[in-house]
Design a protein around this ligand. Structure first.
Ligand code: EPS
Length: 391
């Protein structure tokens, strides 16, 4: 990503999470409430742990915005961790008066062991604080800025949960039906698990409750869709310009994501070509497809169909009934550390993945259409759109 550069800072129980975005054009209407809406969506979902009862994530826009409009300068966003008040003695930046007790039994599946070895830390807390999925708060804040830019360009991005553990949402629907504002989009947003089918939601809740009672956790699959994307974003001309690769990296970088699929990715591998590719037709001067198995991307370039990215989230690695581990201080076998955590955070992962898709798409739009202001960007986009119509 080079046109919209962004990064985050912050520990899970530190004072705050910060996001810095560089390359946002001037003249984009941006209010704290645009960002807070997504921060609140990320906090919801059946299966979350005690932390979400403590936090009321809300952004402070600290740079790059004046009078409700971006300036073209870097945008700095900050979300305070309310829980820091309970951790000041253990997470403050100043030297400790009394050394906090070290965590020394790494959790299988978390970054604990690899991070402790890599950074030469005796206290696993030095690793888990940054590896924690709490960091996704800052990603969602940054993603909400990208979402605003996309909205001005006619692009809408939404997610839904396809499965939790072994249970699948039967409510298969055309993205053009459930992504734009409407009854189906409202159903996903109102659902405690971000699914379409209420009966499946009940069964999923029971599955999460059963996992919780067993001291266990659950993963699942999320689908993120973008509609209104013009053909021609990304490029086949060089490996790192391909948008499918850029989206895959963005999605795979989210904590606990272990697989990413574009369109019918995995299923396509076992079907014949004639049942995989999407026949081309011309309707009202625009090229269209009756099917969208490619998920809106061919040759690493958008083709104008809805962009479909799916991601598989593994079950959270903090287990109340922990797996075996080794105490780093003694070398003795010992159960893994258990921290307060979520039983299932798949619905939240959907909101985070939306943010990552928004950031990757905004970057691709700026790459193709440039412009230091929204007016320039939109003029370039409109001119390009006009040139696509077959008259
Ligand atoms: C999270 C906050 C964390 C965890 C979760 C995600 O808060 P705490 O550790 O204080 O309970 O609930 O992080 C993990 C599951 C993890 O493995 O890191 C959040 O804000 O999303």
């Amino acid at each position: 990503m080079t046109h919209l550069r962004w990064s985050t800072a912050g520990e899970s129980h530190g004072p705050a999470l910060t996001a810095l975005l560089d390359g946002v054009p001037a003249g984009l209407a941006l209010l704290a409430e645009h960002i807070d809406r997504d921060l609140a969506r990320r906090q919801r979902g059946y299966g979350r742990g005690g932390r979400m009862k403590i936090e009321r994530d809300a952004v402070a826009i600290e740079a790059g915005v004046r009078g409700g409009e971006t300036l073209g300068s870097p945008v700095a966003l900050r979300v305070v961790n309310r829980d820091f008040a309970n951790w000041e003695g253990r997470m403050g930046a100043a030297p400790f008066a009394v050394a906090p007790e070290a965590l020394t039994t790494p959790r299988p599946g978390h970054a604990d062991l690899a991070g402790a070895l890599k950074f030469d830390r005796a206290d696993v807390r030095d690793v888990l604080e940054r590896a924690s999925a709490r960091e996704t708060t800052a990603r969602v804040a940054a993603g909400a800025v990208a979402r605003r830019l996309l909205a001005e360009c006619g692009v809408a991005v939404r997610s839904r949960v396809l499965s939790i553990g072994p249970l699948r949402d039967g409510g298969a629907a055309d993205p053009r039906a459930w992504v734009p504002e409407g009854e189906l989009a409202g159903r996903v947003e109102a659902s405690s698990l971000r699914v379409l089918d209420g009966a499946v939601e009940e069964a999923m809740r029971a599955e999460i409750l059963a996992a919780s009672h067993a001291g266990d956790t659950l993963g699942g699959v999320v689908e993120v869709v973008a509609v209104g994307v013009v053909p021609g974003l990304g490029s086949y001309t060089q490996w790192d310009r391909r948008l499918d690769g850029r989206l895959a990296q963005a999605a795979m970088s989210v904590q606990a994501i272990k697989a990413v699929e574009i369109g019918d990715g995995w299923a396509a591998a076992s079907a014949r070509g004639s049942a995989v590719h999407d026949a081309i037709a011309l309707r009202d001067g625009a090229f269209v497809r009756a099917t969208n198995r490619a998920g809106g991307l061919e040759g690493g370039v958008t083709n104008g169909e809805p962009l479909v990215v799916r991601a598989a989230m593994k079950p959270i690695s903090t287990l109340r009934r922990p797996l075996g581990s080794v105490d780093l201080a003694t070398g003795e076998a010992s159960p893994a550390n258990t921290e307060r955590s979520d039983v299932c955070a798949v619905p939240a992962a959907g909101v985070v993945l939306e943010a990552m898709v928004c950031l990757a798409l905004a970057d691709a739009l700026l790459e193709k259409f440039g412009g230091d202001s929204m007016r320039q960007l939109l003029r370039n986009l409109d001119g390009y759109r006009d040139g696509l119509v077959r008259r």
